[in-house]
Design a protein around this ligand. Structure first.
Ligand SMILES: Cc1cc2nc3c(=O)[nH]c(=O)nc-3n(C[C@H](O)[C@H](O)[C@H](O)COP(=O)(O)OP(=O)(O)OC[C@H]3O[C@@H](n4cnc5c(N)ncnc54)[C@H](O)[C@@H]3O)c2cc1C
Ligand code: SF4
Length: 565
């Protein structure tokens, strides 16, 4: 049998990988996409509309389900009895934490990845982010500016469908939006309070369809987004990019294919990848003219670090030694929660948009002067409350039986909570490498995390807790408390930075097109290329930068830099 060679291999079918698949397939390339876990089936795997009493373990899942697994820690929100039944999440591949590190690596191995269950917050980055080093003197600028990226943000927003308003804020460039989500009473109260203490509260940029868009239906506000949307009313690879790529008939999608390394030819160029078939544990090789890695930030670095050869003794495309370095993350935590007494006694209406990022407090610090505060850069806060599907405030109320239920209901429309999103700065002590001693159950050397919060983000955390005290007071709310500590690193799922892009091949892994400096037919389509975090989330930018990278790949095929199989 002659060896099959594809035009391109794409590793990972999440937000980045599936966008790459779609664009390359639509341009006529023959693409082989490899995904580490099973194919998601919305009918079976999204169980959002079931009631807890329909589920065997009342929504919490079988307590013994992870017994014997290599990584036994359950994941929050997205992994519950509503979605876990068909082994969608990664518990077989273990990872290590260096002493003093407590990284929490949540992975969805099913097709579509984490964007099956994501929060949909989709703000644009701006020059305040790309040129931050010029403003405050710390770190390095990105190799791109806003004018260059803005058309790609527009393209991503037009495809995904992002609801918001024009806001004219320097830290948050406006985009091309669907109508915003209607606000609840509680949002107006937060906004009024915010006005008194200088905290903006505005519609978030939310990739949720407030009207029918690109042949996908408008949201019916069932509030089950973190369990997967059963009708495709928010952007997810399952409903958007994967079907689009498949419609071209140019896609070969291989599931349960855990990629362990990129294969290099005698000149050090990528010639394909090696993967472990999870079903029979056999190792398989696939070949292509171009390899695109989109396994999600740290996993992309893991694959590259494990891709050693004579030409690449420390990992493929790592002549700079920068692979795995500069791991950045959002510090998440709860800087304040409580209730609004004046809403006590209001009827508890079903208010399931509480599962959406309806509104947020976009960065308001260090805007006039980059060093106004004790910290540099800035953070944003998601605030919200209302009558969501499960009464999170049950912990605040004592008692049992009918009076306990009555009290929970009484507080239902009143509760309010906050979530800080504070970016870390690149640090030489935050990185990933290969654990020299441990291998996973498939024989693949494990990834090891080295990570500590830095002073800058801890100052933001303290600042935010103080601001929340003032804000709660200003809106007439009572505070029940605030988190003592930030959440564990990794919680946000917005890690960046381990394959940074930049112009100098000696200091960066890829060029500004996300093409590795050393290996011209190896590209990266996830957040690992972003040099640092910002106060915004990463997914819409991953889609936008992937669109731009794929345009460059196609251009390189046209120019003859890459030749079709
Ligand atoms: C509950 C929740 C809320 C979130 N909220 C937001 C938000 O509001 N806004 C936002 O921007 N982001 C949010 N995120 C993060 C967002 O989901 C991620 O940024 C985004 O999904 C990353 O896309 P990705 O393609 O890089 O990675 P992933 O979605 O993780 O996809 C990676 C893919 O690669 C595959 N893969 C991994 N390793 C291998 C391997 N070795 N071999 C083969 N395949 C492999 C996986 O199976 C998966 O399909 C949230 C995530 C969650 C879970
Ligand atoms: S609230 Fe809307 S987007 Fe979310 S799961 Fe329901 S229909 Fe889908």
């Amino acid at each position: 049998m002659p060896t099959k060679i594809y035009d391109a291999i794409v590793v990972g079918t999440g937000a980045g990988g599936s966008t790459a698949m779609k664009i390359l397939c639509e341009a006529g390339l023959k693409v082989c996409a490899l995904n580490s876990g099973p194919r998601i089936d919305p009918d079976q795997d999204y169980r959002g509309h079931r009631q807890v009493y329909d589920l065997k373990y009342r929504g919490y899942g079988d307590p013994l389900r992870l017994e014997g697994k290599a990584h036994q820690e359950p994941y929050s929100v997205e992994e519950s009895e509503y979605s876990e039944g068909r082994d969608l999440f990664e518990h077989d591949v273990a990872y290590s934490n260096a002493p003093g590190t407590d990284w929490y690596w949540k992975r969805c191995k099913a097709t579509g990845g984490k964007a099956n269950f994501w929060g949909r917050s989709s703000a644009r980055f701006g020059d305040i982010d790309f040129k931050a080093a010029d403003l405050d003197g710390f770190g390095e600028n990105w190799p791109v500016d806003y004018a260059e990226i803005a058309p790609w943000f527009s393209k991503a927003e037009r495809y995904m469908g992002v609801a918001s308003t024009t806001q004219n804020r320097p830290s948050n460039p406006d985009g091309e939006y669907l109508p915003p989500m209607p606000w609840r009473c509680i949002d107006h109260i937060i906004q009024k309070g915010g006005e008194k203490v200088g905290v903006p509260y505005l519609p978030d940029r939310c990739a949720q369809l407030t009207v029918a868009h690109n042949e996908r239906p408008a949201c019916h506000y069932c509030g089950n987004c973190s369990r997967g949307c059963d009708v495709g009313s928010f952007f997810s690879p399952t409903w958007f990019t994967i079907p689009d790529a498949e419609a071209t008939k140019n896609l070969t999608l291989v599931t349960n294919a855990l990629v362990r390394s990129v294969l290099a030819d005698e000149n050090g160029k990528a010639k394909g990848v090696a993967y472990v078939d999870r079903v029979n544990r056999k190792e398989v090789e696939v070949y292509a003219k171009v390899v695109v890695l989109a396994a999600s930030c740290v996993e992309t670095a893991h694959i590259m670090l494990n891709s050693t050869s004579r030409q690449w003794p420390t990992g493929i495309a790592n002549s700079s030694g920068e692979l795995g370095k500069n791991l950045c993350e959002h510090l998440y935590g709860n800087p304040g929660y409580g209730f609004i007494p004046r809403l006590l006694g209001q009827p508890a209406r079903p208010d399931n948009i509480a599962d959406s990022t309806v509104a947020w407090a976009p960065r308001w610090q260090n805007l006039k002067n980059p060093r106004e505060e004790k910290f540099i850069r800035g953070y944003s806060v998601y605030l919200g409350g209302g009558c969501g599907g499960f009464p999170g405030h049950y912990r605040q109320i004592e008692g049992f039986g009918p009076s306990f239920k009555r009290d929970i209901k009484r507080y239902y429309p009143t509760t309010i909570g906050a979530l800080i999103q504070a970016p870390t700065l690149p640090s030489p002590t935050n990185y990933v490498d290969i654990d020299p001693e441990k291998k996973d159950i498939f024989g693949i050397p494990q990834l090891r995390f080295h990570f500590q919060w830095g002073q800058n983000e801890l100052l933001m955390w303290e600042h935010c807790k103080q601001v929340m005290i003032d804000l709660f007071k200003a809106m007439g709310a009572e505070m029940w408390g605030a988190g003592d500590q930030p959440d564990r690193p990794g919680t946000s799922l917005h890690e960046t930075g381990v394959c940074r892009f930049g112009n100098d091949p000696k200091r960066y892994v890829t060029n500004k097109w996300a093409q590795t400096h050393d290996v011209p037919n190896l590209y990266i389509c996830d957040a690992s290329i972003f040099p640092n975090c910002t106060d915004k989330t990463t997914t819409m930018p991953i889609v936008a930068f992937t669109m731009r990278t794929c345009d460059h790949i196609l251009d390189n095929f046209k120019k003859g830099v890459h030749v079709r199989a």
